[in-house]
Write a protein that binds this ligand. Structure first.
Ligand SMILES: *Cc1c(COP(=O)(O)O)cnc(C)c1O
Length: 394
């Protein structure tokens, strides 16, 4: 995987903030890496809409991936409309009043439990392929909020529940098993999960047509052991040649493909220098609070666990904060090459996944525009938001 080089500097002047800017060329680099995995192994890769639903970029995603995975009716409709390829819909619990429409727009439908399979088995459309999410009960996630296999997890049928509730009739209805157990993991974790999955469930594989290994892998990061991964997938395919294999990355599709651009609105002093921006962690970068993590700022160094008062005036150290009234709306502490000034642009790196899809208008903060830097170098704002967006939902 080539190191990614942003070409944003050429257009930054004209960007009105706050604004998410996706770089087409960088997204295509990721998609080509995923295409390589598909070509080498014969697996099918789907975009997890949950992570990245950016209308302007969907035509490019559709060029490389087989379709999308959706977590319910709206994502399924979105995927069907904007990608026009396969739609695989899983929901922790499908609702009666939505299920028929889910069937209409989906190819695969994945149930979370045998209860749900029992409830909806007569409402499935003939073109739907039916799966069950199983819980491989092995977990590597860094934090519980992003751990699909944490203790008492509500995702997927565990071995115990499977064995208690399985019936021949269900095995006849099922075409596939699905698991999603990882978050930001590498090959080693995948190998372990796959091993558990196989040990527990391979006795049923003869009934199936496909398996879906979920997302949560760093497929597009420089240090991902791609050759090792390809070997594991090929080995699985050779053991079970009758099974189609699906992967559904979210983060990996949009990893390092764009930024959130903001502007310094004011700089104040309260023992330390504090810059206030026209953006917000809570509204525009919620994972910085939920994970939590400190977002990278282009051209600045993050300062961790250090008393800011130990820095001198020549160090250009600032606490960077958002413009909501949430006290904790703080991106972090950073050191810059030169003093910040009101009007300066601040570029937060790697802000295309799990951001726009989670934006809120909390506190009446303006939603950032969605823009794209095209491969030919032109800058295009795809969506603009304003007061009406706040009013319409409040
Ligand atoms: C969130 C999710 C994904 C994508 O996960 P990433 O960590 O973004 O790759 C895939 N499948 C399911 C079922 C999910 O819930």
């Amino acid at each position: 995987m080539k190191t990614k080089i942003s070409k944003l500097e050429t257009v930054l002047e004209e960007v009105q903030t706050p604004c998410y800017i996706c770089e087409e060329e960088l997204l295509e680099q990721n998609l080509k890496q995923l295409q390589y995995i598909q070509d080498e192994t014969g697996v099918n890769i789907l975009l997890a809409i949950k992570a990245f639903a950016n209308s302007g970029m969907m035509p490019m995603v559709a060029k490389y991936l087989k379709g999308c995975c959706a977590s319910g009716l709206y994502e399924a409709k979105y995927g069907q409309e904007l990608l026009q390829k396969e739609v695989h819909t899983y929901s922790p619990a499908f609702k009666d009043d939505e299920f028929n429409e889910v069937c209409e727009v989906s190819d695969h439908i994945v149930f979370n439990s045998f209860n749900q399979l029992e409830k909806f088995k007569n409402k499935i459309h003939s073109q739907n392929s039916i799966g069950l999410r199983v819980n491989p009960e092995i977990s590597f996630s860094p934090v519980d909020i992003y751990n699909p296999c944490a203790m008492y997890s509500r995702f997927g049928t565990t071995k115990k529940e499977f064995n208690l509730n399985v019936r021949d009739e269900y095995l006849e209805l099922l075409d596939g098993f699905h698991f999603h157990a990882l978050c930001e993991q590498n090959v080693e974790a995948f190998e372990d999960v796959l091993d558990h999955f196989e040990t527990t469930f391979s006795k049923y594989f003869k009934h199936l047509k496909w398996v879906n290994f979920g997302g949560g892998l760093n497929l597009t990061q420089d240090n991902f052991e791609i050759d090792e991964f390809i070997k594991i997938l090929k080995n699985f395919k050779s053991k079970y040649p009758h099974l189609e294999v699906y992967l559904e990355p979210g983060e990996a599709v949009a990893y390092q493909t764009g930024v959130l651009a903001a502007t310094v609105v004011d700089i104040i002093h309260n023992n330390i220098d504090i810059a206030l921006l026209d953006t917000s962690t809570e509204c525009h970068m919620p994972d910085t609070l939920a994970m939590p993590y400190t977002p990278q700022i282009r051209g600045a160094k993050s300062i961790q666990n250090q008393d800011l008062q130990t820095f001198g005036t020549g160090d250009y150290v600032y606490r960077i904060g958002g413009n909501t009234c949430l006290s904790g709306d703080i991106m972090g502490d950073y050191s810059f090459d030169k003093p910040l000034e009101v009007g300066d642009k601040i570029i937060f790196e790697d802000q295309m996944h799990y951001t726009t899809v989670k934006n809120t208008t909390f506190n009446g903060i303006k939603l950032p525009d969605l823009a794209v830097l095209k491969k030919d170098g032109t800058f295009q704002v795809m969506k603009k938001f304003g007061y009406e967006d706040y009013k319409s939902r409040n």
